[in-house]
Design a protein around this ligand. Structure first.
Ligand code: EPU
Length: 430
């Protein structure tokens, strides 16, 4: 077990290359189950969720090899092996195995997903969609059982705009008989990425990226090659770091349109940003004088909930009062106590964090309770005076490829260190 060590206060300068999108990768890999021949997915991030999903494809009889950043899947010999326990519990996105296996085999048994604890994260809309397509869905001892004699296209209105439900229903519906219409669908770029992969396999999908998606089911899907989109949340995290500590940081391999809401907020704070074709250049101001802003997280193209936590860290250094409201997850505030430990003046009221700044953060021993809480502590650690020790590194490893290497290239003083026995005991008891 390791912890992350950061000696704060050093300016960041240089170019950082953004990896493939985690939240696309975790859907694209299960989508490979739907094809009847070889699928290759190129540009995958080297993160633990990708490795877990590769192993899960092997558990159900597919050969899946990862070389460099390219995953090659042979789905021909896959079988609808029940997966009630084990690796499926380790990541939230294992729920995409439900839609993909239901589409291909008309049945699946998948343990209820794990992932970051951000408050209630129901999957009722996924289930509503599967049932509308004709599946019988039951929850037995912590696993979801899905079976259907056949899947039939249906009109499905999502009561909550959900990325996961939109993708999961798409995965099942591409192999259903007839037309499926998903209304009030989510519009995130990752949904378009998955639709692009499925279309390359021969699926008939229209409207991905809008709130009405039409899918005409087909009998078979063929193998294909696909290149993943860049990770807009990783890009956003480095943009926030550039605003916090950058002289000039070039975030390379980004689709600027995907991070428009963040660009707008950083500009409001007084940061100079230049958006080019596939790069965003952030120039932090020398005196690090930032203006406070209010932010509300919304579904895409609104401000992403996944950047709420790192952005809160940046706001601790802004002049005045900022209010950050998370309308997507009610309890995504586990980073706040840790920021307070570092000297931030922040309190939580309902779904909002109220930040009074500027505060000079001080290095401290803190714990990442989830992936983006981890990112927020990295931002804080780089801004702080002295050394910050972050435990819970396994959460950060789920979503940020080569974080230490990338930040070191930019000039940060950051390294990994083994936990001592006392720290391991403390972590286990907390
Ligand atoms: N919701 C329901 N019922 C459902 C599904 C969702 O009530 O059946 C609610 C959720 O509780 C939440 C809201 O709808 O309040 C949005 O949830 P959504 O389904 O869109 O989230 P998700 O698909 O489970 C993905 C990302 C998250 C990201 C959210 C929102 C993946 C694997 N995860 O989750 O990413 O926060 O969309 O954009 O794609 C992260 O990367 O750190 C992360 C948590």
């Amino acid at each position: 077990m390791e912890k992350l060590m950061i000696e704060g206060g050093y300016p960041l300068e240089g170019t950082v290359h953004i990896s493939g999108a985690k939240n696309s990768a975790v859907a694209l890999i299960p989508a490979a189950i739907l094809a009847e021949s070889k699928v290759t997915i190129d540009g995958l991030p080297n993160i633990s969720d990708v490795h877990l999903l590769r192993e899960l494809l092997e558990e159900i009889g597919g050969a899946a090899s990862l070389e460099e950043k390219t995953l090659t899947v042979h789905p021909e010999k896959m079988i609808p092996m029940p997966l009630p326990n084990g690796k499926v519990k380790k990541l939230r996105a294992s729920y995409y195995l439900m839609g993909a296996m239901l589409g291909r085999f008309k049945k699946a048994v998948i343990g209820l997903p794990g992932g970051c604890n951000l408050g209630p994260r129901p999957i009722d809309q996924h289930i509503k969609g599967f049932e509308a397509l004709g599946a019988k869905v039951t929850n037995e001892q912590g696993a979801i059982y899905l079976r259907a004699d056949e899947l039939k296209g249906a009109r499905i209105y999502l009561d909550v705009v959900s990325v996961g439900a939109t993708i999961n229903i798409m995965l099942a519906a591409v192999r259903a008989k007839g037309r499926t219409i998903i209304e009030n669908a989510a519009k995130e770029p990752e949904i378009i990425d998955v639709a692009t992969l499925l279309s390359s396999m021969g699926a008939k999908i229209k409207g991905a990226g809008t709130d009405v998606i039409r899918i005409d089911g087909v009998d078979t899907l063929n193998g294909c090659s696909h290149s993943i989109i860049p990770d807009r949340i990783e890009a956003g995290t480095y943009m926030i770091l550039g605003a916090a500590m950058g002289k000039e940081v070039v975030v390379d391999n980004v689709i600027p349109q995907h991070v428009e809401s963040l660009i707008a907020k950083l500009r409001e704070m007084g940061i100079s940003i230049e958006a080019n074709e596939d790069q965003v250049v952030i120039r932090g101001n020398e005196e690090r004088k930032l203006k406070s802003v209010d932010v509300k997280t919304l579904v895409y193209p609104g401000f992403p909930t996944d950047l709420q936590q790192p952005f809160t860290s940046l706001l601790t250094n802004a002049e005045g009062t900022s209010i950050v409201t998370d309308t997507i997850y009610s309890a995504r505030f586990k980073h706040i106590d840790e920021l307070r430990r570092m000297g931030a003046n922040v309190k939580v009221e309902g779904r909002s964090a109220i930040i009074n700044g500027p505060a000079q953060l001080e290095g401290a021993k803190v714990k990442a309770s989830d992936l983006r809480a981890g990112a927020s502590l990295v931002v804080a650690g780089l801004m702080a005076k002295g050394v910050t020790e972050i435990s819970g590194l396994e959460h950060i490893d789920r979503g940020y490829e080569e974080l230490v290497e990338k930040l070191s290239t930019l000039g940060a003083k950051i390294w990994r260190e083994g936990l001592d026995q006392e720290e391991i005991k403390e972590l286990k008891s907390s």
